[in-house]
Design a protein around this ligand. Structure first.
Ligand SMILES: Cc1cc2nc3c(=O)[nH]c(=O)nc-3n(C[C@H](O)[C@H](O)[C@H](O)COP(=O)(O)OP(=O)(O)OC[C@H]3O[C@@H](n4cnc5c(N)ncnc54)[C@H](O)[C@@H]3O)c2cc1C
Ligand SMILES: NC(=O)c1ccc[n+]([C@@H]2O[C@H](COP(=O)([O-])OP(=O)(O)OC[C@H]3O[C@@H](n4cnc5c(N)ncnc54)[C@H](O)[C@@H]3O)[C@@H](O)[C@H]2O)c1
Length: 467
């Protein structure tokens, strides 16, 4: 259906642009509450996380862990020849999971009477969206409440020859059906490190280039150094403090990358390139200016602590609103907007920000870091233990890493970091103690089943020095 500016817009109670984490939960909950909800999505049913980001990447990371076990079969008493890798099977396992997730999403949209509109949405005026339908034609939609949830995309740095080389982003990497002989990863951040290790475990030669002098420079130095040592030990080559000056060739065939570091210049010859150099919000070209929705200096939608934009009745959530780029944070955005719409109060200010990097071992963190505490002059007591002290890690043969906690003068936990097997699973009990304002002794004095990894928290908090 074509429309002109004079066309009558279809009216909903709530309109959501983009089916990412917060948007989809808002649609399900508000639809379930009896509101007339429409959700506009151009490609990924349920957003990036289940389709092209968190879940498929962790699926591949897990396949890589199995490949890594397979390389250690003798250690576990299995005298089998080292098996080969078939990337089509790895990809198909991931695809099957994604298809199942999409199915779950579709059923939930239907169950909550959400009108799911497949198409590209653009604001054409205040609270007025035009949707170019995938099936052809367009629709003009309006609502009293609109939620913008357009997410972010991988950026490809402006380096001579890089775009022409058609590097993979995470989207293409997740669809690989052959094993790269030599993968050059640009960026040693979350995406770069998780994929670098997975591909190395499948059998690729992997080189990672990053302009930072050390891995994950916001993390404590002991964390960066240990992670770098462990990943380096698996054969990944890191070129840190390095500048990628130019690229020639084409990813998937052969590429040559000219890289400069303090040690001089070298040319890395690889077969594939993965651009993992950061992300940019999807906030351009969607008519935000026409709707009175302002951006801040880094291109995110400007929001207040309840995620209200500068336009009346319009909220923004997730990556496009500049919330830290994690699905669990986007989920909290959903809770904030839902409660705000109900007239309750829940804000982004001061919320906890836990995260887990899914390398193996994992890196999990919440609260204050030790290097930051030193810089700020915050007084703390440090408890630090090697993961090998958690006896469960010895049964697994995965004793690498350490964990540590910073304790304040009032015995509360200021920060917690774990670099070790399944470290992400250790965060929640510590977060609970922190958010409830409990002293560290609450965890120290628990009876925790033996032998579990969580039992390590008892050992860690027993190692807090006296005042
Ligand atoms: C490889 C990778 C792995 C990750 N792993 C993790 C992890 O393990 N844990 C974690 O917490 N975070 C992880 N993240 C980050 C996480 O994926 C994002 O922070 C999260 O998905 C952001 O959700 P969102 O709702 O803001 O955006 P999205 O999920 O991207 O949703 C936005 C949706 O809007 C649609 N859209 C955009 N513009 C329009 C338009 N004009 N019209 C219609 N539709 C539109 C898009 O198609 C998309 O479906 C990972 C990211 C990547 C890239
Ligand atoms: N496990 C998780 O929760 C998870 C996993 C993947 C992604 N994410 C989220 O997605 C975000 C984006 O991930 P990402 O890895 O794309 O970005 P990132 O910001 O984490 O890392 C990008 C890296 O690329 C480097 N870089 C940028 N330009 C470069 C250049 N020209 N040459 C060399 N190095 C360059 C940066 O120094 C940085 O280390 C993350 O910050 C995170 O919030 C989370």
């Amino acid at each position: 259906m074509a429309y002109s500016t004079g066309s009558q817009a279809e009216e909903f109670d709530v309109l959501i642009l983009g089916s990412g984490e917060a948007g989809k939960y808002l649609s399900w909950t508000l639809g379930g509450d009896g509101k007339r909800v429409a959700l506009v999505e151009r490609r990924y049913i349920g957003g990036s996380c289940p389709n092209i980001a968190c879940l498929p990447s962790k699926n591949i990371v897990h396949s890589a862990k199995v490949a890594w076990y397979a390389q250690r079969l003798n250690e576990f008493g299995m005298n089998l020849p080292s098996p080969g890798i078939d990337m089509t099977v790895v990809r198909d396992r991931k695809r099957a999971m994604v298809n199942g997730l999409v199915d779950v999403h579709n059923k939930r949209f239907a169950a909550n009477h959400v009108e799911f509109i497949c198409g590209e949405g653009v604001f054409v005026g205040p609270r007025m969206l035009s949707v170019e339908l995938q099936a052809g034609g367009s629709r003009l939609l309006t609502a009293k409440t609109i939620i913008v949830n357009t997410g972010s995309r991988a950026t490809v740095p402006d380096i001579p020859g890089l775009r022409a080389a058609q590097p993979m982003t995470h989207v293409e990497e997740l669809e690989l059906d052959t094993l790269p002989e030599h993968l050059l990863v640009i960026g040693a951040g979350y995406v770069g490190l998780e994929f670098a290790q997975a591909m190395a475990r499948f059998g690729s030669r992997v080189t990672v280039v990053d302009r930072n002098e050390r891995l994950l420079p916001r993390e404590d130095e002991d964390v960066s150094a240990t992670l770098g040592h462990l990943l380096g030990g698996e054969g990944i080559r890191f070129l840190l403090g390095s500048t990628l000056e130019s690229v020639s060739g084409r990813s998937g065939e052969t590429v040559e990358a000219r890289i400069r570091s303090a040690a001089g210049e070298e040319v890395v010859k690889a077969t594939h390139i993965l651009a993992a150099a950061g992300r940019a919000p999807n906030t351009e070209g969607i008519g935000l200016d026409k709707a009175g929705i302002h951006l801040n200096a880094n291109g995110h939608i400007r929001v207040d602590a309840s995620l209200r934009t500068t336009a009346d009745g319009v909220y923004a959530v997730g990556d496009s609103a500049g919330s830290p780029y994690f699905t669990h944070v986007a989920y909290d955005d959903y809770r904030i907007v839902y409660r705000t719409l109900k007239g309750e109060s829940r804000v982004t200010t001061g919320r906890q920000l836990p995260y887990t990097l899914f390398t193996d071992p994992e890196l999990a963190h919440v609260g204050l870091r030790e290097d930051d505490a030193k810089r700020q002059g915050t007084s703390y007591r440090l408890a630090k233990l090697p993961m090998a002290a958690v006896l469960r890690t010895r049964t697994l043969g995965e004793t690498e890493g350490f964990f540590k906690a910073l304790i304040g003068d009032d015995d509360r936990i200021l920060g917690f970091t774990a670099l070790g097997a399944s470290a992400g699973e250790l965060l929640a009990p510590v977060q609970l103690a922190m958010s409830a304002g409990l002293p560290y002794t609450a965890l120290r004095d628990l009876i925790v089943t033996h032998p579990t990894l969580t039992e390590g928290l008892v050992y860690l908090f027993s190692a807090v020095p006296g005042k």
